[in-house]
Design a protein around this ligand. Structure first.
Ligand SMILES: [Zn+2]
Length: 526
């Protein structure tokens, strides 16, 4: 009898233990306590791969890999929006943040204007501390898609007010212009149309604020205490591009990198003494790719990778409790690795990119226009520009065709000076002929080519490591990334029934459906 009872008891204990193990390892696995969600804006597969090849040359180590490329789980992700197969960052960010497709330009709303719960909001409701960091503006499309609701991504003043209402613990990036009051005492330029001083309002809610270039050293030195919240819009608009940051003559005073924003964010979020969710956007990969700046694109991809390395260091201290996902909202520029005009194009020459010392958009865009004043005589101006692009973009030993391309770009730009804006010849987002000529010549020398000044529909790569990361693998749609993340975290997104994207059946409509005034493949030469 005694034996029989003992046997039963042992059996019971065994069954209990077995079911507990099953419980822990299957559908009911413990949610990750720390979640990092990296988004490379415009970081397509080519951007990642070019950055990795560049990195091997840079480190002279054939084994060198991007940190994000070392993760065990990977996926390919589609990004079409509700109204077109080519998403913008508003609809792309919305899908990654809420699990729903929307119209290009919309932020965390369905096409009919209904608000969508973002994963950051859902995490906050569930007791996670929340951080958002970006190298663009805090109110720009991607961070906004996690923290604001608006039918137009350009309503950044309104979305800054939404962000005030979230109670999130950490906001860092650029764009103080949407937070500071008109005519503020500090003399900071504002874009606000109302009389609100959002910096004061954030302070009143207990935030420590770091505003503008002058606050960056204080931001760097800041040591958060338990419960401290931070708002840090460190620049008027976006933060500088990585290539310019590392080549800045004021190196020690250069703007914090996205890796530094990540490290500080981890400190602030850890100080909350609770689980956290942290979205970090490498936002300027996209900006560089829009103007076909190969080197800028690569450096900003590496900058995001350095931020991922900070998260990985954290993961190594908390491997069971941490999940890191590195995704992208879409590809930008149609970046291709390889150009051939004949049968002899089987090589890339990324070494050419090491000669480049400045970005196209933040630096080169202003060089020729400044020279118009400095060198009133056309021949002197053209010579000065050729000297400049030789020195900063490696464009020396020009072939006759290269020289002609640069000359004709300068001639068109000279003519633009005297034309009304509507008649000027520019490319993409008003990119000048001189900047595009240089971007394309540098790319061509490296054998990188571009199909677009906007986004493309090619799949992006996703990587993941840590708690339940295996669930992110496969060929996925961007909406599934958000849904999977909500699922593993045990938080609730919106549950509306929606119809599939109309664009999938060829019905493209909406704000971005217009033809470029520049015919495909034709840069003007006269
Ligand atoms: Zn873009």
């Amino acid at each position: 009898m005694t034996l029989q009872r003992l046997g039963n008891k042992t059996m019971c204990a065994f069954v209990l233990l077995a079911s507990m193990l099953l419980f822990a390892s299957s559908a009911f696995a413990a949610a990750p306590k720390y979640v990092f969600y990296f988004i490379g804006d415009g970081m397509g597969a080519s951007q990642r791969q070019a950055a990795q090849y560049f990195y091997k040359i840079q480190t002279q180590n054939p084994e060198a890999k991007l940190v994000m490329n070392s993760f065990p789980v990977s996926a390919l992700v589609t990004s079409h929006s509700d109204n077109t197969l080519i998403t913008d960052s508003g609809a792309g960010g919305t899908a990654l943040a809420t699990g729903f497709k929307t119209t290009n330009g919309a932020i965390a709303k369905l096409p009919d204007g209904t608000d969508l719960k973002t994963i950051a909001e859902a995490a906050h409701d569930a007791g996670y501390a929340v951080g958002l960091a970006t190298s663009t503006r805090i109110t720009h499309a991607t961070p906004a898609a996690f923290s604001a609701h608006n039918m137009s991504r350009s309503n950044e003043n309104e979305m800054a007010i939404d962000q005030l209402g979230t109670g999130f613990e950490y906001f860092a990036g650029g764009g103080f212009r949407h937070f500071v009051a008109k005519n503020n005492a500090a003399g900071l330029k504002s874009k606000r149309k109302d009389d609100r001083d959002l910096i004061a309002e954030f302070k009143a809610k207990g935030y420590t604020t770091f505003v503008g270039n002058n606050a960056r050293d204080a931001f760097r030195a800041y040591k958060p205490k338990k419960g401290d919240k931070v708002l840090a819009p460190l620049a008027y608009s976006v933060l500088g591009m990585e290539i310019d940051r590392i080549n800045s003559s004021e190196k020690k005073n250069a703007m914090p990198s996205i890796a530094e924003l990540t490290t500080k964010g981890i400190e602030v979020l850890e100080a909350q003494k609770k689980p956290f969710f942290f979205m970090v956007e490498g936002g300027r990969i996209d900006w560089a790719a829009h103007c076909n700046d190969a080197t800028g694109t690569i450096y900003d991809t590496l900058a995001l990778d350095a931020a991922v390395a900070e998260a990985l260091a954290f993961y190594k201290k908390h491997p069971e409790e941490t999940l890191i996902v590195v995704a992208a909202d879409h590809e930008t520029g149609g970046m291709a690795m390889g150009i051939s005009l004949d049968s002899k194009g089987y090589f890339l020459k990324l070494n050419e990119l090491f000669k480049v010392k400045a970005s196209i958009e933040d630096i080169l865009a202003y060089v020729y226009p400044d020279m118009v004043e400095e060198y009133p005589k056309v021949a002197e101006r053209h010579a000065a520009y050729l000297k400049y692009v030789g020195e900063y973009f490696g464009l020396t030993d020009l072939t006759p065709r290269e020289k002609e391309q640069l000359e004709s770009a300068m001639t068109i730009e000279d003519r633009n000076q005297n034309l009304p804006a509507a008649e000027q010849i520019n490319y993409g987002y008003a990119y000048t002929p001189t900047m595009i000529a240089v971007a394309h010549l540098v790319s061509e020398r490296a054998r990188i080519s571009w199909t677009s000044y906007v986004h493309t529909s090619t799949v992006t790569a996703l990587s993941a490591i840590g708690n339940q990361s295996a669930k992110f693998g496969g060929f996925k749609d961007n909406t599934e990334v958000a849904k999977t993340m909500a699922d593993v975290m045990g938080v609730k997104l919106s549950s509306f029934k929606t119809t599939p994207s109309k664009a999938l059946l060829g019905n493209t409509t909406g704000p971005n459906e217009k033809y470029s005034k520049i015919p495909y493949g034709q840069e003007r030469t006269k």
